[in-house]
Design a protein around this ligand. Structure first.
Ligand SMILES: CC(C)(COP(=O)(O)OP(=O)(O)OC[C@H]1O[C@@H](n2cnc3c(N)ncnc32)[C@H](O)[C@@H]1OP(=O)(O)O)[C@@H](O)C(=O)NCCC(=O)NCCS
Length: 197
């Protein structure tokens, strides 16, 4: 099916979270969140769009741009928020790798004050359901640094399979090397897990 014909909900829910696309007006809190999380994201997410934000205006431009990208089905950035307090909890990124398969990649970070509470696992499970159900994916993949234990634990808790390992393929600012782990999950594998919607 053509990507523009897909009916994609702008918001999904889990037990504790609602997870939605960004919209005009999100710039103010997005800027504050970006500043708070700078140090937290420096090691593994230095390339994330959130790291390029230096003012409230830039944040507003970014969220409007991401909303437009969503509408065009170019990529899908979602914020996860606490259902009770509306506080920002995490960001999920979903990017098309190949619409013909279709294959997508997923990425994520949690707000520094909400790490270690299972929110990301909850959000990623929901995001995988979203990708397979609404984007009609055949497979989803994830790449992560081999020293990022917290990240690959999320992938494994969500049932993703370790498919590959590039050893020492990155040079870090301190001169050390780290490798890249490749995870993937197929539509039929999500069927076998008990968290399919
Ligand atoms: C990677 C990252 C998203 C992982 O976040 P996280 O908070 O560890 O992941 P979760 O929210 O799923 O929380 C899992 C932890 O909460 C605990 N937990 C508490 N309550 C829980 C619940 N109800 N359900 C599941 N886990 C729960 C788990 O035991 C686990 O702790 P452990 O790892 O010490 O065993 C986070 O460390 C991060 O943002 N890092 C910087 C950016 C980054 O590296 N992104 C990934 C790039 S590939």
């Amino acid at each position: 099916m053509h990507k523009l014909l897909l009916d994609i909900p702008g918001c999904i829910e889990t037990e504790r979270l609602y997870i939605r696309c960004y919209k005009p007006g999100d710039g103010k809190w997005y800027f504050a969140m970006s500043q708070k999380n700078r140090k937290h994201l420096a090691q593994f997410e230095s390339e994330n769009v959130v790291m390029g934000v230096n003012s409230e205006e830039e944040a507003e431009i970014l969220v409007r741009d991401l909303a437009a990208e969503w509408t065009a089905r170019n990529c899908f950035f979602m914020g996860a928020f606490d259902k009770k307090t509306d506080e920002f909890i995490a960001q999920i990124y979903i990017g098309p790798v190949n619409w013909k398969i279709p294959e997508f990649q997923i990425g994520y970070f949690v707000d520094v004050d909400h790490e270690g509470q299972g929110y990301v696992t909850e959000a990623v499970k929901a995001a995988l359901r979203f990708i397979f159900k609404y984007l009609k994916a055949h497979r989803v993949r994830l790449e992560c640094d081999d020293t990022n234990v917290r990240s690959y634990r999320v992938a494994e808790r969500c049932g993703m399979v370790r498919e590959g390992y590039f050893r020492e393929n990155k040079k870090n600012p301190d001169g050390s090397f780290s490798g890249t782990l490749h995870y993937g999950i197929l539509s039929k594998e999500l069927d076998a897990l008990n968290y399919r919607a």
